[in-house]
Design a protein around this ligand. Structure first.
Ligand code: GDP
Length: 298
């Protein structure tokens, strides 16, 4: 919790300034609700989600006959938590033989995240293999290699410009031979060439289906938490070409708008599985909506 707390310093500061103003109102009136709304929108919780939260809060305030703004703090937290109910979040790849495809556009922190995830799974005594299927950028493989060295896991690479699906094919063969528990696949993310990307992903999915059907399949989308509502539209584009089973939201330590995590899970109805709260190898945390809201509003 303390790491999360620290990672959200900027967001907590902005949130508490806004909330102090709202909760400092003398009574529950339009000004109070306007202040709250502004604070939530400023935190990138998104207009849509914010409006629903405020509506729900108004109902609870009426139901409980609350008259003082300061008594709304816990109710607000409850409303925010309720917005993120997407069922229980499953981490099957921590238990089962799995393939985890990691997708996302360049710069969002994909390589770093694959490295962090590899280290995390390794710590859990899982046998991890990483496939460097982002063959488009020369530096991508090298950078990933640095991370796999750091994490102490093996990597399968291909030539620059080679077919990503071929790398996946080789990696599957290696995973089978080495009795790997989790195969982490770092893929290219050229969303501006959506048709190509879609074909590339479909080819990878076909290979996994044919060669590695026994493995549980997970597709995690990495989004940059500092890009606010852009992250949401990026996710919507990826939703059209992949069956996303979870989201990893990075760089939450670098923004005052950490509310984006609430918007993402609420609007996309895809669980946020991890959040990145720093550049170090252990700065990847499982996302727990309740704990997150408590940290943000603390
Ligand atoms: P990629 O192009 O998507 O593979 O992105 P990289 O993994 O190369 O990351 C881009 C930059 O974001 C690097 O400087 C990382 O150190 C940084 N980064 C990634 N995740 C986080 C995070 O959670 N917090 C912070 N502060 N920086 C991060």
């Amino acid at each position: 919790f303390s790491r999360l707390f620290h990672g959200l310093t900027k967001s907590r500061k902005q949130m508490s300034e806004g909330l102090d103003e709202a909760f400092g109102c003398s009574e529950i009136n339009d000004e109070f609700y306007d202040n709250l709304e502004e604070t939530l929108v400023m935190s990138d919780i998104g207009i849509e989600t914010t409006e629903t939260v405020i509506e729900n809060l108004k109902i609870l305030v009426d139901d409980y006959g609350i008259t003082k703004p300061s008594e709304c703090r816990k109710l607000l937290a409850d409303c925010l938590k309720n917005q993120m109910k997407v069922g229980t979040t499953d981490y099957a790849f921590e238990r089962e033989k799995s393939v985890v495809l990691v997708i996302g556009v360049n710069g969002v922190g994909k390589t770093t995240t694959v490295g962090k995830l590899a280290a995390k799974l390794k710590k859990q005594k899982r046998r991890v293999l990483v496939a460097a299927a982002d063959t488009f950028r020369a530096a991508a493989t090298e950078q990933l290699q640095t991370w796999t060295n750091r994490a102490g896991v093996e990597i399968v690479t291909g030539q620059e410009g080679s077919d990503p699906a071929a790398v996946v094919y080789d990696a599957v063969a290696a995973a089978k031979a080495r009795k790997t528990d989790v195969l982490l696949v770092d893929t290219a993310g050229r969303l501006h060439n959506k048709k190509n990307l879609m074909q590339e992903l479909q080819k990878i999915y076909r290979i996994l289906d044919k060669e590695y059907a026994e493995a549980h399949l997970e597709t995690l989308l990495v989004l940059d938490g500092t890009t606010g509502q852009n992250a949401i539209s990026q996710a919507k584009s990826f939703q059209e070409i992949a069956d996303i089973t979870g989201i990893i939201l990075t760089k939450l330590d670098g923004t005052a708008k950490g509310g984006i995590a609430i918007a993402v899970q609420s609007e996309l109805e895809i669980p946020v599985k991890y959040i990145g709260v720093g550049e170090q190898i252990d700065d990847l945390q499982k996302f727990d909506p309740d704990v997150f809201v408590d940290a943000l509003l603390d």
